[in-house]
Design a binder for this molecule. Structure first.
Ligand SMILES: [Zn+2]
Length: 79
């Protein structure tokens, strides 16, 4: 059996808590940044279009100059 004093056990307890908080902060921040980068990449992709009337984002796979929005059926011109 390992003998651990009160000071050591308290120090170890706080060390574990701090490491846990730091890990969660680091991990959460990284995944949030990843999601944002993924969303930006999606919006920057040339085959996606945002409908100015309803805000729907959809694919323009055939890269046509004028496409019809699948939600509100308005015609959207590619920039
Ligand atoms: Zn629309």
């Amino acid at each position: 059996m390992i003998k651990v004093g009160l000071t050591e056990s308290v120090a170890l307890f706080f060390l574990i808590i701090i490491m846990g908080v730091f890990f969660l902060w680091f991990w959460g921040g990284r995944s949030k940044r990843g999601r944002r980068a993924l969303r930006d990449d999606f919006q920057k992709t040339e085959i996606t279009l945002r409908c100015p009337y309803c805000g729907n984002v959809f694919f323009n796979l055939k890269k046509m100059e004028i496409v019809q929005c699948p939600v509100c059926h308005n015609f959207v011109e590619e920039d």
